[in-house]
Design a protein around this ligand. Structure first.
Ligand SMILES: [Zn+2]
Length: 377
C-alpha cells in the first residue's frame, strides 16, 4: 500500500511537504505527475523521464488502456510497469472522466455507466467494481475510484444527484477493493474522489462521507471543467480542511504553471495535467519569466535557449531559433524537445516549491512567483 509521510508543514499557508512510499519507489510531494495517456508520455522515452527529468510517478489513463490494447493483454504482459518498461510509480485514473468527456452514447445508472467506445462504437460497462479490477490488471500503484464528473455549469439538483451517486460508487468500489486486497494482498492503494460541482455544501457533504471510509488518499475531482479559476481554488479551500491531514490530497487535472503553487498553498500534495505536454506540442513553452510562443517571428534568429535559467537537455543544447524552425517545418523533434523542456519546467517548479516548504520559506516564495507575468516580456 502506498503510504504517506508528512515531512514539513508551512506555518502560514496550508502547504505541506511529504513522501509517498509506493511499491515502485518513493515520491517526494508536492508532486506533479506527467500524463502518459496511452502508456507513454508522448514523445519521451523512459530514459528521458527517469534519468533526465527524474520523474517518480506517471499517470496512465484506464479508459484508453481498457479499450486498447486491453487490460487483460497488459496483465498477460506482466502489468503496466513491465509493458511500458517503467520501473517507477504509476497512478491510474478510473476512466470515469474519459467516459464522460470522450465516449459516445452513455447511460448512467446506480450500478455504473454504459458507454460506447470513441474508437469503434463498441458498447462497454464500467462499474465501481470493474474499474478497480481493470486497474488491478494494469498493476497500478495508486488507483482511483469510479466517479461522475459533471460538466460546468450544472444545477444544484443535478450536482447533488451526481454527487450522491459518486458517494455510492465510492462505497461499493472501496468495499470491492478491500475484498480484492484480502484475496491477493495487492500493494495498490485506492483513492476516493470528492465531487459536488461548484457547490460548497455538496463538496463538504461529499468529503465527510468519503473520509468516513478511511481511504489511503483523497482527490478533489471535477475541477478544470470550464469554470473560472477563482472558483476551482475556492472549491479546494472548501474541501481540503475536511480531508485527513495524514493522507495525500490530489487535485485532478490541474493546472497552469502559475497555479501549481496556488494549489499547494491550499493543501494539495499531488497534481496532474496534460498542459505541459500538450501545450509543448502546440508551440507554447513555459519559462521562469513567462510563456514563449515559439512560432513568433521574433524568435526566428534568437540565439538564446528557451529559458536561460533551465538546465534541461533542450535548453542546454538548442536555441529558440532552432526550435522555431523545427516547429515551422513540422518536425517531430520539435515535439520531443519542447515536451522535455515544458516537463522540466513543471518539475523544477515543484522542486522549488518543496524546497521552500522544507526551509520554511514558502510564503515568501509564493509572493515572489505571484509577481511573475504570464507572458514573456
Ligand atoms: Zn529547458
Amino acid at each position: 500500500m502506498a503510504t504517506f509521510e508528512l515531512k514539513a508543514e508551512c506555518p502560514v499557508t496550508r502547504a505541506r511537504a511529504g513522501v509517498l512510499h509506493t511499491a515502485h519507489g518513493n515520491v517526494e510531494t508536492p508532486v506533479f505527475m506527467p500524463v502518459g495517456t496511452q502508456a507513454t508520455v508522448k514523445g519521451l522515452t523512459g530514459r528521458d523521464l527517469a534519468e533526465d527529468l527524474d520523474v517518480r510517478i506517471l499517470l496512465a489513463n484506464t479508459y484508453h488502456l481498457f479499450l486498447r490494447p486491453g487490460h487483460e493483454l497488459i496483465r498477460r504482459m506482466g502489468g503496466l510497469h513491465q509493458f511500458m518498461s517503467w520501473p517507477r510509480a504509476i497512478l491510474t485514473d478510473s476512466g470515469g472522466y474519459q467516459v464522460f468527456s470522450l465516449s459516445g452514447l452513455r447511460k448512467i445508472t446506480d450500478e455504473g455507466v454504459v458507454f460506447q467506445s470513441h474508437l469503434d462504437g463498441d458498447r462497454h460497462v464500467f462499474t465501481p467494481e470493474s474499474t478497480v479490477d481493470v486497474q488491478l490488471a494494469l498493476s497500478s500503484d495508486i488507483m482511483m475510484a469510479l466517479d461522475e464528473c459533471p460538466e460546468y455549469p450544472v444545477s444544484h439538483e443535478y450536482a447533488r444527484a451526481s454527487m450522491d451517486r459518486t458517494i455510492r460508487w465510492a462505497r461499493s468500489g472501496y468495499a470491492h477493493y478491500q475484498r480484492r486486497k484480502a484475496e491477493n494482498n495487492t500493494s495498490a492503494s485506492l483513492y476516493l474522489i470528492v465531487q459536488g460541482s461548484m457547490f460548497e455544501d455538496l463538496r463538504k457533504t461529499c468529503a465527510q462521507e468519503l473520509v468516513a471510509l478511511e481511504a489511503d488518499g483523497y482527490a478533489i475531482g471535477g475541477l478544470s471543467v470550464g469554470e473560472p479559476r477563482p472558483l476551482s481554488l475556492a472549491m479546494v479551500e472548501t474541501t481540503e480542511p475536511l480531508l485527513p491531514r495524514q493522507r495525500p490530497r490530489y487535485a485532478m487535472g490541474v493546472g497552469m504553471p502559475e497555479e501549481l503553487p496556488e494549489y499547494v498553498a491550499r493543501g494539495i500534495d499531488m497534481m496532474d495535467c496534460v498542459l505541459p505536454t500538450r501545450n509543448a506540442r502546440n508551440g507554447y513553452l513555459f519559462t521562469s519569466h513567462g510563456r514563449v510562443i515559439i512560432k513568433h517571428t521574433r524568435y526566428k534568429d534568437d540565439q538564446r535557449p528557451v529559458d536561460e535559467t533551465c538546465s534541461c537537455y533542450t535548453c542546454r543544447n538548442h536555441t529558440r531559433a532552432y526550435l522555431r524552425h523545427l516547429y515551422q517545418a513540422g518536425e517531430m523533434l520539435y515535439a520531443v524537445l519542447a515536451t522535455r523542456h515544458n516537463l522540466a519546467r513543471y518539475l523544477d517548479i515543484m522542486r522549488e516549491i518543496r524546497h521552500a516548504i522544507v526551509l520554511g520559506q514558502f510564503p515568501e516564495y509564493l509572493k515572489a512567483v505571484r509577481a511573475v507575468p504570464v507572458e514573456v516580456e
